[in-house]
Write a protein that binds this ligand. Structure first.
Ligand code: 8X3
Length: 221
């Protein structure tokens, strides 16, 4: 298993935790997915390894202002990770995936199918992920490579801390008053998709907390 993220300490913790429950070799690479050269370097370093499944998970929301007032740097940050980094990871994975009849799992969002106030570029970037996933299915037809797009609703992660830039009160309020999804719930969906028999391709999964019925319809107590 190859772990890729920016934070060396978190990578080390994840590696340790995985190796406590599974007897597998875990390699870790500290890579900023906004850095296209760093992604190329990473793929160069793992070129001799057999990569058969890619979980293309990096993505973030920055801010939630109205379009007119949005900090353009935040637009760029989302585009750099959610679109450019996402594309680079996917494109450089192709030779590996074709060689092994592998599987790429892209993480989009409910935001990729529903617009909401303040969502502008975040929503558009997730619609991008959704459409590229559809296109990959078409382009890869006949290669044996599988493509899955998993679109989560509200998942309790660092997502809102990042979006609201350390305003913990606002960030925490996003997940209060109902049971949000946990990262493990989405990991279960990924595990389901990649463990189907090779003739089965799960194209798309939209997964929300039971208390969430749409991007903006959340029932809180
Ligand atoms: C994250 C979920 O509700 O901000 O993709 O769109 S939401």
């Amino acid at each position: 298993m190859i772990l890729v993220a920016r934070n060396e300490e978190k990578l080390l913790a994840a590696k340790k935790s995985i190796q406590e429950s599974a007897d597998i070799d875990v390699k870790k690479f500290a890579v900023d997915l906004q850095d296209m050269d760093a992604i190329e370097k990473f793929y160069g370093e793992v070129s001799s390894l057999d990569i058969d499944i890619v979980i293309n998970n990096a993505g973030l929301a920055l801010g939630k202002a109205s379009f007119e007032d949005y900090d353009f740097k935040d637009f760029e940050g989302m585009i750099d990770t959610n679109i450019k980094g996402f594309l680079k990871v996917a494109q450089l994975a192709m030779p590996h995936l074709k060689k092994h009849k592998g599987h790429i799992v892209n993480l989009s969002s409910i935001a990729g199918v529903e617009a909401y106030e303040g969502g502008s570029v975040y929503c558009a970037s997730k619609a991008f992920v959704k459409m590229i996933s559809r296109n990959l299915r078409i382009d890869l037809a006949g290669t044996g490579v599988r493509v899955t797009d998993i679109a989560p609703g509200a998942v309790e992660t660092d997502f809102s801390n990042t979006r609201f830039k350390g305003d913990t009160a606002v960030a925490e309020s996003v997940y209060k008053g109902y049971a949000p999804l946990q990262p493990e719930d989405i990991a279960d969906c990924i595990a389901f998709a990649v463990s189907r028999p090779v003739h089965v391709n799960i194209d798309y999964m939209l997964v929300m907390p039971t208390a969430q019925a749409s991007a903006t319809r959340l029932v809180k107590n």
